[in-house]
Write a protein that binds this ligand. Structure first.
Ligand code: DNO
Length: 382
């Protein structure tokens, strides 16, 4: 498996020279400064590629080439947006970048409620508390319907949390919720979030599926011509939030997507942490079943609570049987004669990470620990 490291370009306080010291050889990056829907110019891609190569690394994967909200919502004049996506794929292919990750989560990307939850052995992790998320939806956004969408205990704890919360607690919760959005995209305040949620009013899971199918029909043939492998990232958390449908959460969802356009270029980013947060997902079985269509791997672990909450655990320490999943990837590699790019996804904030601002979850020491542990597993099993 090919070791990669996510690097956020000009938004990343971690230098490429530091990444080299982790032992990873591939970089996962994106042009985060560009608004969603704009063509990625070939010169800008080339400049990023040269910067990465000057550090002795190679730009192996794009994460993400974002999908414009109009495409997810299925509103507005979509032809120019599809054309722009295809052109960006062509420009990436011209620079030799052939693996492109994206997601189809409406409005938000990964969502957590706490960016610095204490870990028993020291350091902090990212956490999704169903109680805090419910409190956010019910009390801060005024979505009473959310009372039926969360575990009753989460609702009760969330109500109590909200009545004791300070302004500062509530601001921190909003900030945590917006932190999954990378780069220069808009982060919403409460009024802004209410507004954009309204624009999704009435959109059902089947509507969103139809919009994803249309997107795939528009871009996969071009990807195939260019030799680019697209790989959709699962929803994180793998459940509806904010009343928005999510359609990349389970094995059945993935089956539907891969069949919607049945081509190898319509592939999957297997994220063990996202899929592993859903109580019904057997991540090892999913890795085995969809092995032929997996183009990129995120290795991360979670410890789930009965009310739907989860904390990000050490990479080898949570509910996902990482050794068994890695075994599936090695099998896939042997069957397909490929070298699957993977990255240690997220890391705890450990040791000197605490004194250094980074993109939430994308610490240096914590991810290095994760990568080193995963490297050991892979070496032992190869
Ligand atoms: C979280 C990441 C996701 C991922 C996007 C892909 O840390 O794995 O933000 O990059 O969802 O589009």
């Amino acid at each position: 498996m090919r070791e990669t490291w996510r690097w956020f370009g000009e938004f990343d306080p971690i230098a490429l020279s530091e990444v080299g010291q982790t032992g990873a050889t591939g970089i996962v990056s994106a042009l985060h400064a560009l608004p969603y829907g704009e063509i990625w110019p070939q010169e800008t891609i080339a400049a990023r590629r040269r910067e990465i190569e000057a550090a002795g690394l190679s730009w192996d994967v794009v994460e993400s080439l974002p999908v414009h909200e109009d495409i997810k919502r299925g509103t507005g004049d979509l032809a120019p947006l599809f054309a722009a996506y295809r052109q960006s794929l062509a420009n990436l292919a011209a620079e030799g970048i052939g693996t492109v990750c994206y997601n189809f989560m409406p409005i938000l990307d990964w969502t957590r409620t706490d960016l610095a939850f204490p870990v028993a052995t020291g350091g902090t992790c990212l956490r999704f508390s169903a109680a805090h998320m419910a409190a956010f939806e019910v009390h801060m956004l005024g979505r009473e319907a959310a009372r039926d969408e969360y575990h009753p205990e989460a609702i009760a704890i969330g109500d109590a949390w909200f009545s004791d919360s300070t302004e500062e607690d509530r601001t921190a919760l909003l900030h945590a919720g917006m932190s999954g959005l990378p780069g220069a995209v808009d982060r919403y305040d409460i009024a802004g979030l209410r507004g954009v949620l309204q624009s999704y009013d009435g959109l059902t899971p089947n509507d969103l599926r139809a919009n994803l199918r249309r997107f795939l029909q528009e871009v996969v043939p071009t990807a195939a011509e260019l030799g680019v492998k697209l790989c959709i990232h699962p929803d994180d958390p793998p459940r509806d939030i904010l009343g928005l449908p999510r359609i990349v959460s389970t094995e059945a969802d993935i089956e539907w997507i891969l069949n919607a356009v049945d081509a190898p270029e319509n592939g999957l980013t297997l994220c063990t942490g996202s899929l592993g947060s859903h109580p019904d997902n057997d991540v090892t079985a999913i890795a085995r079943r969809f092995g032929p269509r997996i183009h990129f791997v995120h290795l991360r672990n979670v410890t789930k609570d009965p009310d739907g909450s989860f904390s990000e655990s050490a990479h080898l320490g949570g509910d996902v049987d990482m050794v068994a999943v890695i075994d599936e990837f090695l099998e896939t590699e042997a069957n397909r004669a490929v070298d699957l790019p993977f990255r240690a996804d997220h890391g705890h904030a450990l040791l000197s990470d605490a004194s250094r601002p980074v993109q939430p979850g994308y610490t240096l020491i914590g991810r290095l620990r994760g990568l080193a542990e995963l490297r050991g597993v892979i070496a032992a099993m190869s």
